[in-house]
Design a protein around this ligand. Structure first.
Ligand code: SF4
Length: 535
């Protein structure tokens, strides 16, 4: 028997994604549970004793470390500083460390200190690691063949290792990979462009296991692109609807999808029928030329705002990503981006700076062009930010100072309480919530938070009081069915409002550093084409 302590590293503080204040409102500790680690836990021998510590929700003690024979750690780029710290800490306790997950797979050189590395998807190679461990080996690197892992062999995740009450939602995965080619994306480098899916039996077994374990509430399909393999997902949807009806709607779903979801009325209806209430969509830019340059062709030749509004008409709100810092960006981007976000009517918008992620097409191109910054793949503890504050980790074509000024202008515009509430009002007029179950299931962490939630929100952000009340009253009169979704997005503003102010301060600091370094030529970080001598 081996005693395994699985540790999920802390995410960097001050990230767009950690929704800290919204979690506090409903008594959760972190938005999402570590699905990858509990899936790997299910691949380990049944007689191994496994404990899980999520550093985002609970303390790791010396006793925890001393108990273990083996420490297993998995995480992503935004967990890197704590991840590296934990390897050293485990070694200080004399423990053997095995690491894996997206950041290890993208940047294995940064994790050379770990005793074992599992690089790539774990399903097949974890057996090699287990065999090596059982032979008494205490070092090794196991690399999966890329994009070949058969996820129909992926086991039922060990949900029993989770404390459900710590999370806003629980993840479930049907597919991995995405058919598109966005230049900045690391998903297609890690999981490939031919989305592989689990079987329907697997998914319904996972849902049943969650249900039987007593979980009720928000379940997120963490697929890279839920409609990436429509041939497989489409036939699952009516069965999902039936399953929900049979179990009296214990779950509400969200997911991530490409914008061409809006072209597929049947799929939108199927998602509505299966109680999906939100979708994350990468919109990125209002500029067609920039979309072509980033190889996001699925967003071109369409009216993006109309596509988003179409999704609203099926009762699902859209959260979306927008990026500044592309080579072909126009000087007018601050205005066009603000107008675009307003037109799309996306309240919860992740506006970030372009970040060259390890292993992407973008990173390879920038490297070839000599534009990547040294240590571009390292998240330093002292920097502590995400792509919102640390983006543009390369020499930009437009002067960096201009991009940063435009960026903070967009943030200031779209995250003012008035602008945010205005988008909520307009969104609510399009959000058709008819034909949905009205009540959340008993046991859902979000239940029993109604008007009191709104009081708490406006007490914490007094400047939001007037526009949020106005919105609440208007939505209550005109589309009461949408009220719960709208209040949820108001709760998210508790994080987004202060977070956007934090990012603006950080960007001001970066601008001041640039100015201090080059008082007479603030454009010093701008990329210049190499000078070619005239023939
Ligand atoms: S659509 Fe999303 S997941 Fe697919 S390649 Fe583009 S950014 Fe990546």
């Amino acid at each position: 028997m081996t005693r395994v302590l699985m540790i999920y590293p802390r995410f960097i503080p001050n990230s767009f994604w950690n929704y800290t204040e919204a979690c506090e409102l409903v008594g959760a500790k972190y938005p999402a549970a570590p699905l990858g680690l509990i899936t790997v836990a299910a691949m380990l021998p049944q007689d191994w004793d496994i404990r899980l510590i999520n550093r985002n929700t609970e303390e790791l003690t010396d006793a925890d470390l001393d108990w273990a024979d083996l420490i297993m750690i998995g995480g992503m780029l935004n967990q890197q500083p704590d991840f590296l710290y934990l390897i050293d800490l485990a070694h200080l306790h004399g423990k053997v460390v095995c690491v894996g997950g997206p950041d290890v797979s993208s940047s294995p050189h940064l994790y050379a200190n770990a005793d074992f590395q599992v690089i790539g998807e774990a399903e097949h190679i974890i057996t090699d690691f287990i065999a090596a461990w059982q032979r008494g080996e205490r070092k090794g690197v196991f690399t999966a063949e890329k994009f070949k892992i058969d996820i129909t062999q992926s086991p039922l995740p060990r949900y029993d290792l989770l404390k459900f009450e710590h999370y806003l939602y629980i993840g479930i995965q049907f597919s991995r990979g995405c058919p598109f080619t966005c230049e900045f994306c690391d998903i297609i480098e890690l999981y490939g462009r031919v989305p592989r899916t689990k079987t329907q039996d697997q998914i319904f077994a996972e849902l049943q296991a969650l249900y039987d374990a007593g979980y009720r509430g928000h379940v997120d399909f963490v697929d890279d692109n839920f409609i990436g393999n429509r041939k497989h997902v489409r036939p699952m949807m009516p069965k999902l609807k039936e399953w929900l009806q049979k179990h009296d709607y214990p779950f509400e779903f969200t997911t991530e999808a490409s914008i061409n979801l809006a072209d597929d009325d049947d799929m939108l209806q199927a998602m509505k029928d299966a109680n999906f209430f939100g979708v994350f969509v990468g919109i990125e830019s209002p500029d067609p030329e920039t979309l072509i340059q980033m190889r996001k062709k699925q967003n071109t030749k369409r009216n993006i705002a109309e596509s988003i509004h179409k999704i609203y008409s099926y009762g699902m709100f859209v959260t979306a990503g927008f990026i500044l810092g592309f080579d072909s960006e126009k000087v007018s981007v601050a205005t066009s981006m603000t107008d675009f976000i307003e037109e799309c009517c996306v309240p919860v918008c992740m506006v970030g700076l372009l970040y060259a992620l390890p292993g992407t097409q973008l990173t390879r191109r920038l490297e070839k062009e000599g534009r990547l910054h040294k240590g571009h793949d390292i998240m330093r503890v002292e920097q502590a930010g995400d792509q919102c504050t640390l983006g543009c980790n390369f020499d930009t074509k437009r002067p960096l100072r201009e991009i940063l000024v435009d960026y903070k202008t967009v943030l200031g515009n779209v995250f003012s309480p008035e602008a945010y509430a205005g988008r909520l009002r307009r969104l609510s007029s399009m959000l058709d919530r008819s034909g949905r179950p009205q009540q959340l299931a008993d046991g859902d962490i979000r239940k029993n938070h109604g008007v009191d939630l709104l009081y708490q929100i406006i007490n914490r952000i007094p400047e939001a009081k007037e526009p949020f009340w106005k919105t609440f009253v208007e939505v209550g009169k005109k589309n009461p069915g949408a009220l719960r979704q709208i209040v949820t997005m108001m709760a998210i503003y508790l994080h987004l409002g202060p977070f956007s102010q934090h990012v603006i301060r950080e960007i001001d600091r970066r601008i001041a550093e640039l100015d201090a370094a080059t008082p007479t030529a603030p454009a010093v970080h701008a990329y210049r084409e190499p000078q070619v001598a005239n023939a």
